[in-house]
Structure formats: structure tokens, C-alpha cells
Ligand binder design. Structure first.
Ligand code: UGA
Length: 456
């Protein structure tokens, strides 16, 4: 094996780009390619097309050092690689299933350009048996090539492996560099050895590596990925139901979360009650997972309930605002947070956007601030129907003269705000905190009328 492993990343989005730069940091020769040529132009100039802490500096560094290159010609990118990581999108179809058409295109492109041996690694989140179908599809295209070009099957050798990603937006680089685990689904020892060689340098010793490196068959690895996101989503919907119970029964969900989370078998994370989970992964993955289960005759109704509970959070939150403020028409409501979670400018499936939509329908005047608002406006703008909302460049300016403030994303900036200044600037100091970022007692002592989710 070469000293420097040559890796190609197909698809330079929220998963592909951090993965590419992580491999470049390890010291591998990485080529990145994508169907979106405008995106490739930006990346080759050192510009990251989305917000992700730490990634800009890495991009400039590894473009400069030559460990990372952008290649517009996908055929060339495939020819040059020993190992191809497939990081293309798997969006949702209208029936909840995953749209795998980008993977089929990848299979054809790989088959048309394969020479010698390649390990093709599926990193995109895909339903179980996708890797098996990817392998079949590549082989079918190769067989056509063999017939047309009079070659033999020895000229085209490949394996397909699965290596699910567990990167969170906002912490993608640290998640890559310090993973909880690396799961690989492989068919044979050759694939396992290459993946081991690729990841080993991330760890201080082979012993530590072996503790974190989990090898399975390809189907199992695909299920591990979907099951991880499904379990996280289930935890969130579970705590949100408890929040409703706490609110009705005059108990405190933050303490309930702490109390159950101290049990090591349950664990404290992903137990923050609020307006629910959003983003490009959790909502779509639970739907795709329950859909694929149904294809195998397994009724995963638990996940459909998790989804339903999550979607209901929005209505419940807005109903609470309506009940307490009485008339919303014409009221000035400050909104803090649009992104689906902190440290990202991603508003896809953001619960905050869903709340904003509902408040707009109720004819309130919205004054919106998000720490990433300039990035949101610059890269794609606000979703249809929201173009006319007033946006502000500081949280206090958005809250000035407001009749109420709603907090929709748990950014640290909001936790550190001068609460006295905030109170003095608002017309009426009422806060609806959809992310439970403050202590109720402290807020009431300052003089706010404060409503968290499931808090006393
Ligand atoms: C998620 C997973 O956490 C990653 O492990 C996975 O790799 C990724 O999807 C993926 O499949 O690519 P991400 O979508 O970046 O990562 O977002 P999360 O950090 O999981 O947060 C999802 C949503 O849950 C956010 O809207 C967040 O505000 C909400 N959340 C999170 C809660 O409402 N309560 C919590 O306790 C935690």
C-alpha cells in the first residue's frame, strides 16, 4: 500500500467536506468533487458554502498544502482514487422513503471510470440493503462496459463498504477527529484492512483504535446509522412528552431529565425539552427508517409516533403563545433563532421556521434575529413566504419595543445576554422560551413573565 492513501470524496456537503478535510489533516491525498460546479468554484477559492466552525481555516490550509484538491472532472477524480467515499444526498421522497437516485448516478459514473481496484465506501445515510444494491448496480454497468470494450472482469475489481457518518452540524470537525466510534460494514478482509489504514492515524495507539473500530457486515452497518438517529429522535420526543406532563402537573422537566439522565443506562444527553428536533437528518431518517422497516413487514409505529409528537410541538408552542398574549394580530413579537440548532446557518426542517410561519399567519409583526442571519440571507435567503420579515443584526435591537420575545434556537449568545438590558428595552417583558435556556426562578426575579417548556 502507498504511504499516502488517495481518497476521493463524491459530494462536498455538510458531511463530504468535513470528511475530506479530516482525511487531509490525517495526511492522506484527498480529492473532492461534486455535481454542483458553482460550489466547487467556491471551495477551490477557499470559500466554504455553509457555516461550520473551524472548517474555513482547514480548507485554506489543506488547499495551500496540496493535501486537498478540488476536481471538476468526476471521471478523473474516480480514476485517481484508491478509495471513494460516497457522500451524496439521500433526500426524502413524498412517501417518507429515501430518494437514492443520486447513488444510482454515482454507480454509473464509478463503473464507467473504474480501472484496477477501488474500494467504494457508502458514507451517506441510506436504508438497509442500499450498499448491496449499489454493488449490483456498479457490476451491471461494468458488465455492459466489458461487453462493449471487449475487456475482462479482472480489469475492474471493486468492493463496496459502509462507513456511516456520525457528524453533527456545528461540531463536524471535532466529531471527525475524536469519534465515539468508527463503524465499518465490509464483505472481506481487504476492505477492512484499507479502512483500518485510513482511520488508524486518528488514534494515539492501535489499542485505542481497536476499542473504537467496529466491524460488521454491510447491512448491519446501515441499520446502526439509522438506528442511532432514530434513538436520538426518540429520546427527544420522550422528554417532550414528559415536558407536557410536567407542565400540566406542576413539575419541572429539567429536573426530571437530570434525574433520569444520572442513570448511566439512560445518560444525560438529548434530554433537552423544547420545540422539537429539526434539520436535514433526524426527521428524514426516522421516516426513511420506518419506511424501510415496513418494506420488510416490520411495523415501526413507534417512530411514526416520535415524528408525530415532534410535529405537534410547533402547534403546542404557538397555542401557548396565543393563549397568553390573547390577540396576536398587530403585536410586535421578537424572535431569537431561525437555524434548526446552534452553530449552523442551516434552516432545513427547522422548528423555528415552522413557528415563525404560524406566527406570521396569525398576523403578528415579527422582529427576527439569528446569529447566522447574514449567512442565511446571503446563501439562499429566507424560505418562501418569509421574505418580508424584518431581520435585525443584534438580539437586543430585535427585542426593542417588543410585546413579547420567543426563543426558538439554543444559541450560546442568548444564554449570555444582559437580561436587565433586555427587560428595559422590551415594551412588555414576556418571554416564551422554546429551548429552556434560562432558569425560571431567576427570570421571574428579574421581572420577566417567563414561560419555558415543562418548567415550573
Ligand atoms: C444528527 C446526529 O446527532 C448525528 O450524530 C448524525 O451524524 C447527523 O444527524 C447525520 O445523520 O448526519 P444533526 O442533524 O447535526 O446531527 O443535529 P443534532 O445535534 O442531532 O440535533 C437535531 C435536533 O434536535 C436539533 O433541532 C436540536 O435542537 C434538537 N435537540 C437536540 C433537542 O430538541 N433536544 C436535545 O436534547 C438535543
Amino acid at each position: 500500500m502507498d504511504n499516502k492513501i488517495r481518497i476521493t470524496i463524491l459530494g462536498l456537503g455538510h458531511v463530504g467536506l468535513p470528511t475530506a478535510l479530516g482525511f487531509a489533516q490525517i495526511g492522506w491525498e484527498v480529492i473532492g468533487t461534486d455535481n454542483d460546479l458553482d460550489k466547487l468554484d467556491l471551495i477551490s477559492e477557499g470559500v466554504v458554502p455553509f457555516y461550520e466552525p473551524g472548517i474555513s481555516e482547514m480548507l485554506k490550509k489543506y488547499l495551500g498544502q496540496g493535501n486537498f484538491k478540488v476536481e471538476k472532472n468526476q471521471s478523473q477524480a474516480i480514476k485517481d482514487a484508491q478509495c471513494i467515499f460516497v457522500c451524496v444526498g439521500t433526500p426524502q421522497n413524498s412517501d417518507g422513503s429515501a430518494d437514492l437516485s443520486q447513488l444510482e448516478t454515482v454507480a454509473k459514473t464509478i463503473a464507467e471510470n473504474i480501472s484496477g481496484y477501488k474500494l467504494i465506501v457508502e458514507k451517506s445515510t441510506t436504508p438497509v440493503t442500499t450498499a448491496a444494491n449499489l454493488r449490483l448496480s456498479i457490476q451491471r454497468h461494468i458488465d455492459t462496459r466489458i461487453k462493449k470494450q471487449g475487456k475482462t472482469s479482472d480489469d475492474f475489481e471493486f468492493d463496496v463498504a459502509v462507513n456511516p457518518e456520525f457528524l453533527k452540524e456545528g461540531t463536524a470537525i471535532s466529531d471527525f477527529m475524536c469519534p465515539d466510534r468508527i463503524v465499518v460494514g465490509v464483505d472481506n478482509e481487504k476492505s477492512r484492512q484499507l479502512l483500518k489504514a485510513i482511520y488508524l492515524p486518528l488514534f494515539e495507539s492501535e489499542d485505542v483504535f481497536e476499542e473504537k473500530f467496529m466491524v460488521t457486515d454491510v447491512n448491519t452497518a446501515e441499520i446502526i446509522k439509522h438506528a442511532s438517529n432514530a434513538f436520538l429522535a426518540t429520546k427527544i420526543s420522550f422528554i417532550n412528552m414528559l415536558a407536557d406532563l410536567c407542565e400540566a402537573a406542576d413539575a419541572n422537566v429539567a429536573d426530571v431529565a437530570k434525574g433520569i439522565g444520572m442513570d448511566k443506562r439512560i445518560g444525560p444527553s438529548f434530554l433537552n425539552a423544547g420545540i422539537g428536533f429539526g434539520g436535514y437528518c433526524l426527521p428524514k431518517d426516522i421516516r426513511a427508517f420506518s419506511w424501510i422497516a415496513s418494506q420488510y413487514g416490520v411495523d415501526f409505529s413507534l417512530l411514526r409516533e416520535v415524528d408525530k409528537i415532534n410535529l405537534d410541538r410547533i402547534h403546542k408552542f404557538v397555542d401557548k403563545v396565543k393563549k397568553i398574549l390573547w390577540v396576536l394580530k398587530g403585536k410586535n413579537i421578537a424572535v431569537w433563532g431561525l437555524s434548526f440548532k446552534p452553530n449552523t446557518d442551516d434552516i432545513r426542517e427547522s422548528p423555528a421556521i415552522a413557528v415563525v410561519n404560524k406566527l406570521l399567519k396569525l398576523e403578528s409583526n415579527l422582529k427576527v434575529y439569528d446569529p447566522s442571519i447574514s449567512d442565511i440571507l446571503e446563501k439562499g435567503g429566507l424560505p418562501t413566504g418569509l421574505e418580508s420579515i424584518e431581520t435585525y443584526s443584534t438580539p437586543i435591537s430585535a427585542a426593542t419595543n417588543a410585546d413579547a420575545l420567543v426563543i426558538l434556537t439554543e444559541w450560546n449568545e442568548f444564554k449570555e445576554i444582559d437580561l436587565i438590558e433586555l427587560k428595559e428595552n422590551m415594551a412588555v417583558p414576556i418571554i416564551f422560551d422554546g429551548r429552556n435556556i434560562y432558569e425560571s426562578k431567576e427570570m421571574r426575579e428579574i421581572g420577566f413573565e417567563y414561560y419555558g417548556i415543562g418548567l415550573r
